[in-house]
Design a protein around this ligand. Structure first.
Ligand code: ADP
Ligand code: MG
Length: 395
């Protein structure tokens, strides 16, 4: 069955109904002008983030992370495109002052350098957003601020000035302040950039907890070990988003090569049970699973089938044949319960990038080795089906 093909260039995200989306960015472009002329910092960003997701955004310095966050918070505005936050288009027909008011009531923002007012206690700092946004009754505000300080574990320090607590505690207080108006969305730009490892980890624990309670958390970070604790990881390179399936499937690739694959990849959709690769067919593509589950199937002499593995989104197949040359070693089909969406890279493109990416080639090679070993183990149980293969490839 021939797959349905979508556009050649794949967008990093999938369409989603606005009801479950907290952030929806469409075709967002940001250009800055300076004496040298105009330059584009964000190039056609399409991004959907669901309610309750904890998302990390990583990318090299200058890749556009802060600019991207500023499009979400309304601190700056896009040159082109549309940004919808929690169902509201925050730019079309909205004045600067309306946006500022909206921000105060709907967003919690956390910065690298806490930005607490030094002359106010932690409790007074945590009360400020409620005063600005005029939310909660005047008499309720101290109790609410205290509740937020308790949430971040700072109740004992409520009456201290910021400089009398540690930097980690200052950042926790800044988060308590960001939560004061109970915003559904928390946006943090390198919130741990100025903290020691232990304090950084405490901040991430807190973000995890907030996401569990239903808040949406979007965090820019430089630190891969912190980024990996988010439930979803987005990479930005030169103002463009890398396809998340590619980043997940081939995490060892340089961002430059991930971006190259993002532009080259084709999307294919297979209905449940459809054959994706038939054994003995020549393999022309490297496949990454974007959605659904695939089954890798071998048949013995009596045509009885064995499902030798099931692969999930973020896993790949076809690499053995491409790297070793030749025909398919097994049948691969879409799982029975749902359609499968794959991303494919043509053989020449895959090989070219592998040739200049030794770390990835090595990692993929190890996976090939493991898969061959797993197959051999199954082979010896199912009657020597792979004996031929072993001989042919002398491995
Ligand atoms: P990151 O946060 O990933 O380090 P930024 O989003 O801050 O990157 O910046 C991306 C690029 O946009 C950089 O080249 C930066 O110099 C440029 N840039 C950011 N803000 C402005 C601005 N207000 N005016 C002109 N150029 C800017
Ligand atoms: Mg930045």
């Amino acid at each position: 069955m021939s797959p349905r093909r979508k556009s050649r260039a794949v967008s990093a995200q999938h369409a989603m109904t606005s009801a479950e989306a907290m952030i929806d960015m469409h075709g967002v472009v940001k250009r800055f002008k300076n004496v040298a002329g105009e330059f584009t910092v964000l190039k056609d960003i399409n991004l959907t983030i669901k309610r309750g997701e904890f998302v990390s955004i990583v990318g090299k310095s200058g890749s556009g992370k802060s600019t991207l966050l500023n499009m979400i918070t309304g601190i700056d505005h896009p040159t082109e495109g549309k940004v919808v936050i929690d169902g509201a288009d925050i730019y079309t027909g909205v004045t600067e002052s309306q946006r500022s008011k909206w921000r105060g009531r709907n967003l919690g923002i956390v910065f690298q350098f806490f930005q607490l007012l030094p002359m106010l206690t932690l409790l007074e700092n945590a009360m400020l957003p409620m005063d600005y946004a005029d939310m909660y009754g005047f008499d309720e505000r101290p109790a609410r601020a205290m509740e937020m300080l308790e949430l971040v574990g700072l109740e004992e320090f409520a009456n201290k000035l910021p400089l009398l607590v540690s930097t980690g505690q200052q950042q926790l207080a800044a988060i308590a302040r960001a939560l004061a108006c109970d915003p559904p969305l928390l946006v943090a730009d390198e919130p741990t950039g100025n903290l020691d490892t232990k304090s950084a980890s405490t901040i991430i624990d807190l973000f995890e907890e907030l996401a569990h309670r239903g808040k949406t958390v979007v965090m820019v970070t430089h630190d891969p070990s912190l980024a990996s604790r988010a439930t979803r990881n987005i990479i930005i390179a030169d103002g463009e988003l890398i396809n998340e399936t590619i980043a997940k499937s081939l995490p060892w690739l340089r961002h430059r090569h991930m971006m190259e694959f993002t532009k080259l990849a084709e999307t294919r959709i297979y209905p449940p049970k459809a054959t994706i690769i038939s054994r003995e067919d020549p393999i022309e593509n490297f496949f990454m699973i974007q959605k659904g589950e695939v089954e890798v199937v071998l048949y013995d002499r009596k045509k009885d089938e064995t499902v030798i593995s099931r692969l999930q989104p973020g896993e790949f197949f076809g690499e053995m044949e491409l790297l070793r040359g030749g025909k398919a070693l097994a049948n691969v089909r879409a799982g029975a319960s749902e359609a499968v969406e794959t991303l494919t890279i043509k053989r020449e493109d895959f090989k070219r990038v592998m040739d200049i990416s030794p770390i990835t080639a090595d990692a993929v090679g190890k996976i090939v080795q493991q898969r061959l070993e797993a197959r051999r183990a199954i082979d010896s149980r199912t009657g020597g089906f792979l004996a031929r293969l072993r001989k042919k490839r002398s491995v």
